[in-house]
Design a protein around this ligand. Structure first.
Ligand code: MN
Length: 499
């Protein structure tokens, strides 16, 4: 994953000539101070670039066009320190197609009770200047994030930081390429979707290659590369005895390494940011990719099983958004339930492909039969995942729109050792509780595949959905099923009217 500091957010302050040179100089200085402070804050992962104050429709139009055309600019923060008549902004905003955050702040935190005079009032008037700007955005129906509060306030900075992460994920999707090896798992509905609409809405393309194209590349992998990678496996994981050099299953470990290397070369050569596979189309592959998919996810690639390209793209975006944060993001599936009334739990796992970024402790590298796909036994990493707050996120295609669904969950440490379960696993309690959380998820049509995140906030996902202009639905501590059903109905009406 690349360093997000290479990406820029532009800090754009509006004003007008009415105030005179002296005031405008102060506006410039104050805006530069705020931009620098945000840029220097460790929570903010991107570069915040101050732009000179804009005072006319021409300057605004030019700044917006430049933001669009600057490849490093992933979004714009606007602030109206003084009053910037918003008709001046119409033509600029009409063309701006980078994410927008409206920071409703003011330079001074407190009112200087003894010194305040009309000069101070005329300089520090975002309380009404930002209302004028907010009106024009609402009038133009422009999606944006509004953050209110003093610019040194921790909560304000955290919200801005979250939004910049969402903008980084959004930027990463624009022009991104995802490859599918084989099609969708036969007859499965939720993993299907409109790839043309996705490219139009989300900016990424999804194209299929026959698995034979991948097999060719796997066959070209050099033995030396396989030697090196199996040594890395040996160093990084607790290797099961049968897989070690000289033991009977070592050949399978080498096969798994060869598959990982072939996949990696394929992704690198095609400049792909993620991939899907399916156990129904493994012609020429000895094993379903297990450890390879797990490790490539850990390296930042998106992954979706059974042809699930929407989740592959989502995993990639969320990994980009989480760059530099502790914890991880992984492809996930709600697998089985613990309906014990004293301790209701969901066990999340997949046949093989859970990302090691969410592992606690050293994963163990193991080989076990897979009763599906009809291939040789696949090598996989097995581990537990830690306790803490987390999210499950799904994007589904509702036919006339995409819906992003988030369920906030509380992950718990394993209550038992699960000695016979040969896959990586996570245990969690959905909010508000298992019954209502899962009922709401089912009502919303959420997929069985998700991206599981240990380090992104619901608000960050909401920002991302807003940038994409898609429906966003949350299941959390306050979810009430009756209200939730109504929300889904109202959203349906809204999107029917809009389309
Ligand atoms: Mn699955």
């Amino acid at each position: 994953m690349s360093d997000l500091k290479k990406l820029e957010i532009w800090f754009l302050t509006g004003s007008q000539h009415l105030y005179g040179e002296e005031t405008l100089k102060k506006v410039d200085l104050h805006a530069a101070t705020i931009a620098r402070s945000l840029n220097d804050n460790k929570l903010v992962p991107v570069t915040v670039t101050f732009k000179p104050v804009v005072k006319t429709p021409e300057e605004i139009g030019k700044a917006c066009a430049e933001a669009n055309n600057s490849p490093g600019c992933i979004g714009v923060i606007t602030w109206m320190h003084t009053f910037s008549p918003a008709k001046m902004w119409i033509n600029g905003l009409k063309i701006l197609h980078k994410p927008l955050l409206h920071l409703h702040t003011q330079f001074n935190r407190d009112i200087p009770w003894n010194e305040i005079d009309m000069d101070f009032m005329n300089l520090n008037q975002s309380a009404h200047g930002d209302r004028e700007f907010g009106f024009i955005l609402s009038r133009m129906r422009i999606n944006r994030k509004v953050v209110t509060g003093h610019w040194e306030d921790k909560e304000v900075i955290a919200k801005i930081a979250d939004w910049t992460r969402a903008a980084a994920g959004w930027h990463d999707w624009q022009g991104a390429r995802f490859v599918r090896f084989g099609d969708n798992m036969r007859q499965v509905s939720v993993t299907e979707g409109d790839k043309v609409e996705a490219e139009y809405k989300f900016g990424y393309s999804v194209n299929t290659h026959g698995v034979g194209d991948l097999v060719l590349m796997i066959n070209e992998v050099k033995e030396k590369e396989v030697d090196d990678l199996t040594r890395i496996y040996q160093d990084q994981y607790s290797m099961s005895e049968d897989l070690k050099k000289g033991n009977p299953r070592h050949g399978s470990l080498r096969d798994a390494a060869r598959i990982e290397l072939g996949l990696k070369h394929f992704l690198e050569q095609g400049k792909f940011k993620g991939f899907t596979d399916t156990f129904e189309d493994l012609h020429g592959l000895k094993q379903l990719p297990g450890i390879g998919a797990q490790r490539l996810m850990n390296a930042g690639y998106g992954f979706g099983a059974e042809g699930d390209w929407k989740t592959a793209a989502l995993v990639r975006a969320m990994k980009t958004m989480a760059t530099g944060l502790g914890g991880g993001n992984s492809f996930m599936e709600d697998y089985t339930y613990h309906f014990n009334p004293d301790n209701e739990l969901v066990l999340g796992a997949h046949m093989l492909e859970i990302c090691e970024s969410i592992a606690t402790g050293k994963p163990s590298c193991e080989i076990h039969p897979l009763g599906i796909g009809g291939k040789e036994d696949p090598v996989r990493l097995v581990f537990n995942s830690g306790a803490g707050q987390a999210l499950n996120v799904s994007i589904v295609d509702m036919g006339n729109r995409f819906r992003m669904l988030v369920n906030e969950v509380n992950a718990v440490s394993p209550v038992q050792s699960l000695p016979k379960l040969p896959v990586a696993r996570v245990l969690w309690k959905p909010y508000p509780d298992l019954k209502r959380g899962c009922t709401a998820w089912i009502l919303a049509g959420g997929a069985h595949h998700t991206c599981y995140s240990q380090n992104l906030s619901t608000e960050c996902m909401e920002d991302f959905a807003s940038m994409a202009g898609i429906e966003f639905v949350v299941i959390g501590k306050n979810t009430d099923i009756y209200q939730f059903k109504n929300e889904l109905r109202w959203n349906d009406a809204y999107y029917q009217l809009r389309s």
